[in-house]
Design a protein around this ligand. Structure first.
Ligand SMILES: Nc1ncnc2c1ncn2[C@@H]1O[C@H](COP(=O)(O)OP(=O)(O)O)[C@@H](O)[C@H]1O
Ligand SMILES: [Mg+2]
Length: 381
C-alpha cells in the first residue's frame, strides 16, 4: 500500500489516469505514446496516475518511468511490467467515480479518477471495449465513445458507414471466417474481380501488422492466412495504384457547439526500398520514410482533404480526436483509406506533428484533449 500515491487528499487538481499497454499487437507503440503523454501533462494542473495493462490483460500500477517506455530498437520494444501491483477497477455508484483498488490486500483504494486518457491502440483499446468499461464505471475519458471507436477499428464497418455518408473509397471485398473456410473459391473470384495488386488486411488490426500487398492470385491464399493470424475477418482492397500519394489530416473536436477543426494536411512518402507504409517504415527510426508537413498540394486539394476529414469524423460521430488517411490517386481523385480514433501520438507521430504545424504544440494538444474529456459527460450524448 505504501507505494501507492495518496488519493486526492493534498489537492483538488483533477486526477488523470493514463491507461496504456493493452492486449493488442500495438502494445509497444502504446507504451511509447504513454511515455510522451505522461511527460506532457502539466503536473501543476493535474495529478497523474499511470496505469499499465499487461499483455495478459492484468491492470497494474505503473511507475511512470518514461525512460523505460521508449523504443530502443527492433528487438527492444517496451512492455508493461506485469509483476507490478495488480489493480482492479470498480464503480462507486454513490460518488460516481472510478475507484482503482490494489488487489493484493483488497482494501487499498487508489482513489478517485476524474478522467482517463486511454492511450491504447488496436483491439481491447481503440475498439470501444475500454470505452464501454469506462462508460459503465461512469468515468470521463479522452477520445471517441463506444460506437465510433468500434466502427473506426473495423475496416469493414468503417467503409459501410463512409459509403452511407457518400465518402469516396476504393473497391473492396470482405472475407469472413465462414466464407473463407466454406467457399474459398468464391472469395478468390471476388478478389480477382478487384484486379491485382490488392492489399490484404486483418479487418481489426493496426500499425500495418498482418497486411500484405499481393501481386497476383498466386500470393492470395498465403496473404489471407497471414491476415487471419490476427483477425478471422479479412478485408481485401484494390490498390491505390502506382504513383498514388498518401495524405493525412488531423481532426479535433470543437469546444461546446463549435465545429470540429482540421489540421494542416500532410504527406507520407516511404523509401524506395519499401513496398508500402509497413511496420518498419512507421516505427523504426532508421527507415527512410519522409513526412511532409504541410504536404505540397494545390490549396483546393488540401481544402478538400480537410472537408472530407471533418465529414468522416462526423460520419462516425467521433469525439476528441481522429486522424483521417487518404490516397490521392494518380488521376487526381481523393479516396479515404481509414480513420484512426486513437492515432499514433508520440511527439514525432503524424497527428501531433500536423497539429504543431497548425499552431498547437504537443503539451497544448494533450491539455485540449483532457479539457474536452472533462467537459463531456458519460452516457448518451
Ligand atoms: N488500397 C491500398 N492501396 C495502396 N496502398 C495501401 C492500400 N491499403 C493499404 N496500403 C498501404 O498499407 C498501409 C497500411 O494500411 P492501413 O489500411 O492504413 O492499415 P493500418 O490500420 O495498419 O494503418 C498504408 O499506409 C499504405 O501504405
Ligand atoms: Mg493506416
Amino acid at each position: 500500500m505504501s507505494d501507492l500515491p495518496v488519493p486526492g487528499a493534498a489537492s483538488e487538481r483533477p486526477r488523470v489516469a493514463v491507461l496504456f499497454g493493452g492486449r493488442s499487437s500495438e502494445h509497444a507503440i502504446s507504451c511509447v505514446t504513454a511515455g510522451s503523454v505522461l511527460e506532457a501533462i502539466d503536473r501543476t494542473r493535474y495529478d497523474v496516475v499511470p496505469i499499465g495493462i499487461a499483455k495478459d490483460g492484468r491492470w497494474v500500477l505503473e511507475s511512470g518511468d518514461t525512460g523505460r517506455l521508449a523504443i530502443a530498437g527492433p528487438d527492444r520494444l517496451p512492455e508493461v511490467d506485469g509483476s507490478l501491483p495488480v489493480l482492479s477497477v470498480a464503480h462507486d455508484g454513490e460518488v460516481g467515480e472510478m475507484l482503482v483498488h490494489e488487489q493484493s490486500d483488497g482494501r487499498g483504494a487508489l482513489g478517485r479518477v476524474d478522467v482517463v486518457f486511454p492511450v491504447l491502440h488496436g483491439p481491447y483499446g481503440e475498439d470501444g471495449t475500454i470505452q464501454g468499461l469506462l462508460e459503465i464505471a461512469d468515468v470521463r475519458y479522452v477520445g471517441s465513445g463506444v460506437l465510433a471507436s468500434s466502427v473506426g477499428m473495423d475496416k469493414h464497418y468503417m467503409k459501410v458507414v463512409f459509403e452511407a455518408a457518400g465518402l469516396p473509397l476504393l473497391p473492396y471485398v470482405v472475407i469472413g471466417d465462414r466464407q473463407w473456410r466454406l467457399q474459398p473459391e468464391q472469395c478468390r473470384e471476388a478478389v480477382d474481380a478487384l484486379g491485382y495488386p490488392v492489399f490484404v488486411k486483418p479487418c481489426r488490426g493496426g500499425s500495418s501488422i498482418g497486411i500484405s500487398k499481393v501481386a497476383s492470385r498466386a500470393g492470395l491464399d498465403a496473404a489471407v492466412e497471414e491476415a487471419r493470424r490476427w483477425d478471422p475477418k479479412v478485408i481485401v482492397e484494390a490498390s491505390a495504384g502506382h504513383g498514388a500519394r498518401e495524405i493525412e489530416c488531423g481532426v479535433l473536436e470543437g469546444f461546446g457547439d463549435a465545429p470540429a477543426e482540421t489540421s494542416v494536411v500532410a504527406e507520407i512518402t516511404v523509401g524506395a526500398d519499401r513496398d508500402f507504409y509497413d511496420f518498419a517504415a512507421k516505427y523504426l527510426p532508421e527507415e527512410s520514410t519522409r513526412l511532409d508537413v504541410p504536404a505540397d498540394l494545390e490549396p483546393s486539394v488540401a481544402e478538400e482533404v480537410q472537408r472530407l476529414s471533418a465529414a468522416a469524423f462526423e460520419a462516425l460521430s467521433c469525439e476528441g480526436l481522429a486522424r483521417v488517411d487518404f490516397f490521392l490517386l494518380p488521376d487526381g481523385r481523393l479516396v479515404l483509406n481509414e480513420i484512426n480514433t486513437m492515432p499514433g501520438f508520440t511527439p514525432t507521430s503524424m497527428f501531433p506533428t500536423m497539429w504543431a504545424a497548425s499552431g498547437l504544440a504537443y503539451p497544448e494538444l494533450v491539455e485540449r484533449l483532457i479539457q474536452l474529456a472533462l467537459r463531456r459527460p458519460t452516457g448518451l450524448r
